[in-house]
Write a protein of this length. Sequence first.
Length: 231
Amino acid sequence: MRGTLWSAARIDRELTLLQDCSFFKYSGHEKYSGHELVAGLLRIRGTIVSKEAETGRIQSLRVRIEYPRSYPRKEPEIFDDEKRFIPSARGHQFKDYRLCLSFPERREFTLGSETLSQEVLKASLIWLDKRNIFERTTKWPGEAEEHNWSGPYRELLREEVRRCRSSSVSAWADWVIAELVAPNFEGRCPCLSGRPFLECHLRLCSLAAQYLLYRCYEEELNEHRTAIKAA
């Protein structure tokens, strides 16, 4: 699927959008460009600057923004370009120094929007504030996704169930989670509408299927690890 063609004019417009964020300082100047095109993919470097509410201290992080080929239908990724923080699941950072900003299934970013990069950059600022707190306390502040395969899907499934406000749907979800039952997309929806999932609560069924897929994968992975240790 074709994404953005990064002409000089389009890059300038993107840089303007990013620099409209008062907390972002672009790394480019007269003798050095803070952006580059690699095989048609845009990378932009700059610094996020944050002022801590409690102490008033100024914290900054040099970052690299990498735009996917399908941008803006997929959000750009933000990297700790100076490799300042040690990557860890508890610290919400991947091994390649990419910031963990959102669980994609939550759809927190406005895909397709021209200001998508601004949204992601603002999420990075929040991440930096929380990461600095984590560095001092070893606890991530506020709510956080489980950092495993199935946990986030289980929580999304439960949230979807709460939105349905149906005791029969709640009982069905509890059964699926406890017994690892594969949902039937053509089966009747548990909301008692009489319609199949495909014509009713399709997202409910999709989340249940994704949870089951990753839960089974986790069990197989644990069995494999146990067998290796026993060998």
